[in-house]
Design a protein around this ligand. Structure first.
Ligand code: PLP
Length: 419
């Protein structure tokens, strides 16, 4: 029997996905690239003490721009946020055997940067509304070896900083922010990425602003900035010849240097950040308002003292209120042509890398909220991303309504798949 409800999934159709190419690289970036080409210097770095230890003109310029924009004393540019995070962990003095508490509900680099410093990632659970670290769970994980908390500002939104800062003060812990997804977000008027001791931003192509690959480390602490510079550029070979010799602990450096071309692109992208965020946020607030009509959806709970820049728009799907599984819902809404995904990230401690470490105890069940979000509740969409606007969002809401109206047919479809 042909279905009369018009649901693409049940009719075996796939509508084209309503996701316009989100690629805001324009003539300004192109002109910047040409300026660098004409300068004939594609990297200004040299792995030696002296002027060129800190890189070329465009690297220094984009560092100055980030310092100005975010009101922070020191910016250090890297070739990715992943390498910047590794340097951040080293810079605050985390070493072999030290413990760093972090979220398991994040991109893998958030925790691998701890392992790469021979330190131990300790996973605390997340809150079901911010999807970021739960302060209560952090407090339960503190031991005599805890050195730092690596906070992730996930999906463009700030973590619950006030209680986290209290814990850090009480136990004398450093705070590193993985702010890869949240450039321009705020918590009580302060930019995320500038609240902890160090904040790391990503300039990877998938992020809100980008230069292909790149990362920026921000800190108000001169010593941390210097140690990050040493990690970035062969620090062990340079330290003897630098003025501050003897003051610093030895640092093993690498080559995490950013080239001049991506640095010049990044500077142009930063100029566009404010406007980009404005149109994203306007769209999200419209989606958010309209999602309230569905009993089976819990929209993102934006707190009054925060500004969220929405890397993606997360919401919770309550299966028992609509009577279909999350995966059927995602299949059905995707078939209608809307960019929707489920789960986000398997809690990191369930990766083989952690499960096979005999000396540590990374057991299923240790962060139940993160597991529940991954397995059952979390859904996210990018339908709000400009140049999409209210007409795409209205269509998305209509798609949700169509699924709600046809939940019985979808339930029968699920049962037929089972049988
Ligand atoms: C993208 C991302 C990173 C890594 O950024 P790269 O610049 O690609 O290395 C780290 N943490 C989070 C939360 C991210 O989303």
């Amino acid at each position: 029997m042909r279905c009369m409800n018009g649901l693409a999934l049940l009719e075996g159709r796939q509508e084209p996905i309503r996701e316009k190419q989100y690629y805001h690289i324009g003539k300004e970036e192109k002109a910047a690239v040409l300026r660098v080409m004409e300068s004939k210097s594609l990297s200004g770095f040299l792995g030696r003490a002296g002027e060129r230890f800190l890189g070329g003109e465009y690297v220094r310029r984009v560092e100055d721009d980030f310092e100005m924009y975010f009101g922070v004393k020191h910016a250090v540019a890297f070739n990715s946020a992943t390498t910047a995070l590794q340097a951040a962990v080293a810079a605050v003095g985390v070493g072999p055997g030290d413990e760093v508490i972090t979220s398991p509900f994040t991109m893998s680099a958030t925790a691998s940067c701890i392992l790469l410093n021979n330190a131990i990632p300790v996973f605390a659970d997340i809150e079901p509304d911010t999807y970021c670290l739960d302060p209560k769970s952090i407090a339960e994980r503190i031991t005599a070896r805890t050195k730092a908390i690596l906070v992730v500002n996930l999906f463009g939104g700030p973590a619950n900083f006030e209680p986290i800062l209290d814990i850090a003060r009480r136990y004398n812990l450093r705070i590193i922010e993985d702010n890869a997804q949240s450039p321009g977000a705020k918590y009580r008027g302060r930019y995320t990425g500038t609240i902890g001791d160090i904040g790391v931003f990503s300039l990877n192509v998938h992020k809100i602003i980008h230069c292909g690959e790149g990362g920026i480390l921000l800190t108000g602490n001169k010593e941390y900035a210097f140690r990050a510079q040493l990690v970035r550029n062969h620090g062990e070979a340079v330290i003897d010849d630098l003025e501050n010799q003897g003051i610093w602990e030895p640092v093993v450096g690498s080559n995490y240097r950013l080239g001049e071309l991506p640095a010049a692109i990044a500077a142009e992208q930063l100029k566009k950040l404010r406007n980009l965020l404005e149109s994203r946020i306007k769209n999200v607030h419209y989606v958010q308002e309209r999602m309230k009509e569905f009993q089976w959806i819990i929209p993102y709970d934006e707190k009054p003292h925060t500004k969220n820049v929405y890397y993606v728009y997360p919401f919770r799907f309550l299966s028992e209120r609509i009577g279909i599984t999350r995966s059927t819902f995602v299949k059905a809404i995707t078939a209608e042509g809307f960019p929707v995904q489920e789960g986000y990230q398997k809690p990191l401690y369930l990766f083989p890398l952690y499960q096979r470490k005999q000396s540590m105890h990374y057991a299923k069940g240790m962060c139940p909220v993160a597991e529940r979000m991954y397995e059952n509740e979390l859904v996210f969409t990018t339908i709000f991303q400009p140049p999409n606007g209210s007409s795409e969002i209205d269509a998305f809401i209509k798609g949700l309504k169509k699924i709600e109206d046809n939940s019985d047919a979808l339930r029968r479809y699920e049962e037929s798949k089972k049988g």
